[in-house]
Every structure is written in C-alpha cells, then in structure tokens.
Design a protein around this ligand. Sequence first.
Ligand code: 1HN
Length: 346
Amino acid sequence: MDHVAKTPEREAFYGQIDSENMSALWTVLGDLITREPKSPCRAHLWRYEAIRRYMMEAGKLITAREAERRVLILENPGLRGQSKITTSLYAGVQMVMPGEVAPAHRHSQSALRFILEGRGAHTAVDGERTIMAPGDFVITPARAWHDHGNETSEPMLWLDGLDIPMVQFFDASFIEGHAEDAQPLTRPDGDSFARYGHNLLPVDFQPKSKASPVFNYPYEHTREALETARRTSEWDPCHGLKLRYVNPVSGESPMPTIGAFMQLLPNGFRTARYRSTDATVFTAVEGRGRSRIGDRVVEWGPRDIFVVPSWHWVTHEADEEAVVFSFSDRPVQQKLDLFREDRGNA
Ligand code: 1HN
C-alpha cells in the first residue's frame, strides 16, 4: 500500500467494502504484480546424510504399508507447513525397506522418482514393473496405478517430485486405492523401454496420454548420452552440458507438468551466472561442488538436495567432475508463455 496515502475517509471506506467481501485494488496492486518475481521460496540444501539418518528412524516408527508412503517431505524454509519445496512443486525422500510394499493407488498428481540409494527394488506403473538403480529417473504419470516393492536385502531410497501444489491450485485432486497391494501385471518387466525407448514407435502408435510411454530412463543410458555428447558438444557457459529428458512420442517433457534435466560439469568448471523463472530442485549423482544462489552458497556432494528459487542468480562450480539431476515446472511455464531466462552476458 506504499504508493497510496492513507486518509481517515479511505480507511473508513476500506472497512465498509471489507464487510461486503470487496477490497480496493490500489491497496494491493504492488504485491499482486511485481516488477520481477518475488517469492517467499528460499534457497536451501538438505544433506543426504541427515535425511538418511531420520529416514532410518522413521523406518523403526512406521511401515510403508501403514504410512501408505513412508516419506520425509522436504519443506522449503520459506514455505513451511505447506508441503512444498517450491511454490509449484512438492519433494520428499521415500524409503522402502526389504520385504515391504507401498500399496497400489492412483491420483491426479504426476510423480517422478529419482533413485538415490539401493538397487533392485521395483515400482509398478499401469501393469508393468521396472527395477530401479541409482540415478534412474522413473515417472508415474497422472492417474496411473502405481505401487512399490522391495524384494532385495537393502533399503531403497529415492527422491519423489510431484506437482501437488499445482493440482491443489486448480482444486483438481482425486485419489483412489487399489483392491490389491500390488496391481496385476499385464506386461513383462522392461517392456515399455524395449518398445518405446529406442527411437522407434509402433507404426500406428496412438498415445493414451500426454505422458511418456517410457517410464524408466536408466542412469546407464543418461550417463552414456552425456559422455557421447561431451566429445562433440560445446560447453554451455551457464550449464556445462545439460540435457533434458523427453517423451519420445512428442519431444516434450516426460510428463506435462514437470521437466527434468541431467547435466555434466567437468572438474574445475565454473558456470556463468544464470536465472530463470522456473524454481528448480537439484541433486548431484556424482561429484562435488558448490552453487551460489542469490547471496547464499551451498556446498553439495552426491545425493544432497538443493533448491534454487525463481529468478535467483545461480552459478555452479565443480571440484570433481559432477553429474547433476534437476527438475522444475518449466514445461508448464513454457506452455503458458510465462517462462523467462536470463543468461547474464554469457
Ligand atoms: C505418492 O503416491 C507417492 O506413489 C509418493 O510413491 C509421495 C506424496 C503425496 C501424494 C502421493 C508414491 C506422494 C504420493
């Protein structure tokens, strides 16, 4: 309200219209429409070691079945109590212990899993299982049945990213439980990747949804793509070498509401400053380094998770060759013509 003076007459007027569920635009305009993005979302890093320690404690307190999903939510310090890591996205770390099942359900929210620890547990999505390993990027599209199980002898931990706040914003949430813990399987393990993951599609393929028919993007392939590209690609001053995951049917993001990326930063690489309107969640797979985010510096190593809010200048610096995963709401902003980025002078 700083550009409009207060007078007793005006204050009285605001009081009158307030009781009729009205308010005067000129008292709030400056907060509604800002010169540039202004968010309570803050830069923050969660150490994997701390997450893991609490996760193991949670493992003694509750089973995956009782919890439905045993997850510790990563709450942005500027958005506490809202189950948000950014204004539009939710993130958490989930653990499935040996022998456990996280029962089948489906919901309007789209989910991604980025595998942090463990090898060999599975998730089933719409009638097909995929076995997961560290660095794998797995999607559970909107309304797809999904359940998780761990038949190995080690705990399995992954980062969950969901569009919960977006669905909340639209008041469009539905969830449904399955009659059985594990949904019936209709296709062999790995079938989707075999069919759709090789730059080929059945000639009359008709997509059933906007989501990718490939639901596991194995780290082995992602790493190879980076390794191959480094031999012939120019390093981008702002990103090192950065790839985006795609839906092979459309070339768009694997799910309509969340974009995901993997980037390579060679040892000693220091990126030029960059800012964009998509607040982004990062986790390192390999290597160590630090990122300056606005006036904060976070030091990261493998499996640490950090968040860069919208329109904050960011630079990354790698002390060892680093491979870094990230996700954001970029595809939504691009569809709505809202996305903007600024590469500084690079
Ligand atoms: C969910 O379905 C999963 O399937 C994880 O693993 C986290 C958070 C809120 C709502 C649904 C999962 C979730 C979730």
